[in-house]
Design a protein around this ligand. Structure first.
Ligand code: NAD
Ligand code: TYD
Length: 349
């Protein structure tokens, strides 16, 4: 079995690469990643010397390159995670999201179709998507696989578009695809542009914690290790042409999550109770900020038997411990261009 994982040097991708190499030593895993600001080979130190792992630096927006790669390598499966993934960046530079997330996905579909031809036995194209394609909920209800798509941000619109293209290659060309839509992930190796690692870093530095709006928006959080396990189950047992929602029934308002994070950080850093929470600063809201995400993952639980392995409180504690231990990783990714990003994104907010 030879699987191509795209975006394997990013946050979730690096967990998926590690999970597949550890769980399936007989598989060959090729990681294709452009190494944008979000891609970091240091995320894969633990596995980089394994004989069945290879890394290729390459860009999914280059269709000719992908055609050659698929011709040479003869992959049995693709797990596609490469993407521009941060909503705030999609507001400042939407076009990059269209190019990578939509065109890049179509290029991969074309390359898989050309390489596999009519020989589809054992082949699988697995597209990793997000719950954000379903839009925003009010105080009631959850996203199911039947919820109509209603994306609001350029990020979620680009992911929704890519999902439609993946389904079109299944319906029109018979490509054996499967799609999953997961809720917000957290855990080790997440780039500190997203809420949890950004706030952990700011608490360590005693910098203000920029809470958008009133902090009342709700997200449904899943430990990244549990997402990687769900991807394994869906890759091997999911039905072709189907969609699976992934999530842990774990909704938190941003402010409640931040208060919990502050309490954990005070304990771990030996600071007085309440010290980190004093850093909370309410700032101008994100444009088009989705109010609430909540995912119903009962289809995945019922049909494929997947369940999350730990509570949010435990997962968050493990995550904080990881960032405190891996201070070198954190200082490497927050030096240089990160400072410019932070200054531009949060200046005058
Ligand atoms: P990330 O930003 O940490 O990683 C993305 C990776 O893709 C990086 O390694 C980057 O270098 C690579 N990449 C970007 N453009 C590329 C290109 N043109 N060619 C090749 N590689 C390229 O993202 P993540 O948070 O790990 O998300 C991975 C996937 O999971 C994305 O498709 C995202 O939409 C989806 N997802 C993320 C979450 C979440 O909470 N982070 C939740 C659900 C779904
Ligand atoms: P984020 O981690 O960017 O994920 P997403 O927007 O894809 O859900 O943000 C999670 C929530 O935290 C979201 O409601 C926006 C909010 N947020 C802040 O309040 N401040 C911040 O600095 C960031 C990055 C996010």
């Amino acid at each position: 079995m030879h699987i191509l994982i795209t975006g394997g040097a990013g946050f979730i991708g690096s967990h998926v690469v590690r999970h597949f190499l550890n769980s399936y030593p007989s598989y060959t895993i090729t990681n294709l990643d452009k190494l944008t600001y979000a891609g970091n080979l240091a995320n894969l130190r633990e596995v980089e010397r394994l004989p069945n792992y290879r890394f290729i630096k390459g860009d999914i927006t280059d269709g000719d390159f992908l055609m050659r790669l698929f011709e040479e390598q003869r992959f049995d499966g693709v797990i596609h995670l490469a993407a521009e993934s941060h909503v705030d960046r999609s507001i400042t530079n939407p076009t990059a999201f269209v190019v990578t997330n939509v065109l890049g996905t179509v290029n991969l579909l074309n390359a898989a179709k050309a390489s596999w031809g009519a020989n589809l036995e054992g082949k699988r194209f697995y597209h990793i998507s997000t719950d954000e394609v379903y839009g925003s909920l009010g105080s009631e209800g959850m996203f199911t696989e039947e919820t109509p798509y209603d994306p609001h941000s350029p990020y979620s619109a680009s992911k929704a578009s890519s999902d439609h293209f993946v389904r079109a290659w299944h319906d029109t060309f018979g490509l054996p695809v499967v799609i999953s839509n997961c809720s917000n992930n957290y855990g080790s190796f997440q780039f500190p542009e997203k809420l949890i690692p950004l706030f952990i870093n700011n608490i360590i530095q005693k910098k203000p914690l920029p809470v958008y709006g009133k902090g009342e928006n709700i997200r449904d959080w899943l430990w990244v290790v549990d997402h990687a396990q769900a991807i394994d189950v869906i890759y091997h047992q999911g039905k072709t042409g189907e969609t699976y929602n992934i999530g842990g029934h774990n909704e938190w308002s941003n402010i409640a999550l931040i208060q919990l994070l502050c309490r954990i950080m005070d304990t771990k850093l030996g600071r007085a109770a309440g010290e980190s929470e004093k850093l909370v600063t309410y700032v101008t809201d994100r444009a088009g900020h989705d109010l609430r995400y909540a995912i119903d993952s009962s289809k995945l639980q019922r049909e494929l038997g997947w369940v999350p392995s730990i509570t949010f409180e435990k997962g968050l504690e493990l995550t904080v411990e990881w960032y405190l231990t891996e201070s070198e990783w954190l200082s490497n990714v927050t030096s240089g261009s990160y400072q410019c990003y932070y200054e531009e994104m949060y200046r005058g907010r």
